[in-house]
Design a protein around this ligand. Sequence first.
Ligand SMILES: [Zn+2]
Length: 451
Amino acid sequence: MKIRFLGAAGTVTGSRYLLTHGGQNLLVDCGLFQGVKNIRSRNWKPFPVAPKDISAIVLTHAHLDHSGYLPRLMREGFDGPVWTTPASRELVEILLEDSAHLQEEDARHANRHGYSKHHPAEPLYTAEDARHAMKHVRSTGFGEPVTIGPFHVTFSGAGHILGAASIRVECAGKSITFSGDLGRPDDPVMKPPEPLAPTDWLVVESTYGDRLHPKDDPYETLAGIVSRTAARGGTVLLPSFAVGRAQALMYLLSRLMDEHRIPELPVFLDSPMAIDVTGVFRHYRHEHRLSQDACDRVRDAVTYTRTPEESEALASNRYPKVIIAGAGMLNGGRILHQLIAFGADPRNTVVIAGFQAEGTRGDALLKGKRSLRIFGSDVPINCEVTQIEGLSAHADYSEILDWLRPLERAPRRVFVTHGEPVASDSLRQKLEHELGWSAVVPEQDEAFDLK
Ligand SMILES: [Zn+2]
C-alpha cells in the first residue's frame, strides 16, 4: 500500500489523501483549499491523478475543506462511489449546495468587475454539479465496514461535528487510520471521539498542534455577555458557522434561560443553512449529547427567520434580543446586514466565537478595528466587541495526545497533517518526545510506501 498527500500538508485545508494498492486508488477526503488567495488557487490546478483512475472516495466529515472539491472532481471525470456516514451525507448535501452558490456568485462578481484572468470567469462548479455529485454519495453507519476493491473501510465517531468520523482502512493485512478532524472530550453538544484501535500507520490532524484551549467556561462567559447587554437594552449578535457552533450556542442560550441565568429574551436563528443543519441534528439524536427534551427546548426557545423579509424585520426590531447569523468570520451572509443595523449603537454587543482567519472582518474586529467595510460603505462599530473562547470543535494538543496515549502498540509511523507548519511540527515533536513514536510532517505531494 502507498499513500500520497495531495492536500492538508503544510496547511489546514484541502484534505486529500490517496491510498494505492494493486492498481486501485482510494481517495480519503476530497476537500477544498480555503483561505488566502494563493492557497485557494490550488483548487484550479489539474488534479495530480487522473480523476477517472480513482476507484472510490471516503469522507471523514462534511466540512468543505474535506468534501467541497467533490463536484469539481466529478466534473473532471471521477465516476465512482463516495462513502460517508448517514448524517455526513445530509450535511454534505446542504454544504455543497451553499458552496456552489458561493462559487457562482464569485464568478458573477469577477465578471461584473472584470478582475478575472479568464473571460468570462467560470465558477469552480455550479449548483447543478453539486446536485449531480450527491447522486454518487452513499452512506454506512459507524462500525459498519465497507469493502472497496482491496480496501476495507470502517468509520468510527470522531466528535468534532455531527457525522464526523475517523476512518480505518485495512488492506493486505495492514492498517492505516485517518483521525479526521478530532473533537473534544467535553464538548457541550458532541460526544467524545471513540477510542483509537491499534493501527500500523496513523494520519493525525494538528489544527491546534501547538496550542491549548483556554479553560474559560463558554457557558459562564455567554451568561455575562447576554445579561449585561440586556441590562443596557441592547441586542447580542452572534456570528456563527452553520454546522455545530450555531447549535451549541442555541443550546447554551436555552439552558441559561431555563436556569434563570439570563433574562427570557427572544433568540433568532437568522441563517437558512443553519436552520437546515439544525433539522439534521434533530434527526440524529443518538449521535450527540442533547436529549429529546433539550432538542425540544431549543426549538421552543429559538425563532427561525428563514426568509429575507423575516431577516430584514429583525433589523428594525429595537427590543433586546439575541441574533445568531452566518457567516462565522463575518466574511459574508446575513450577519453583515445585522452589523449595519446594530453595530453603531453602544448598547449592543457583537461576540466573536472561534478561530478567525487572517484578513476576515472577524479578525479585524479582534485586532481592534472599529470601522468595517461592508457592501462598499464604512460601517462604524461602536457596540461592545467581545469574544467567547472554548467552543472550538478541534482537540488541542494535549487532548490529541490523550486520545493517542492508550494505544498499546505505537504505530510504525505517524503522519502529522492538517495544520499550519509550526503547529504540525510542534505536534510531531511532542509525539516523538512524549510518546516516543516515529512521526513525520509530509509535504504537499509527498508519497510514502507503507511496508
Ligand atoms: Zn472539520
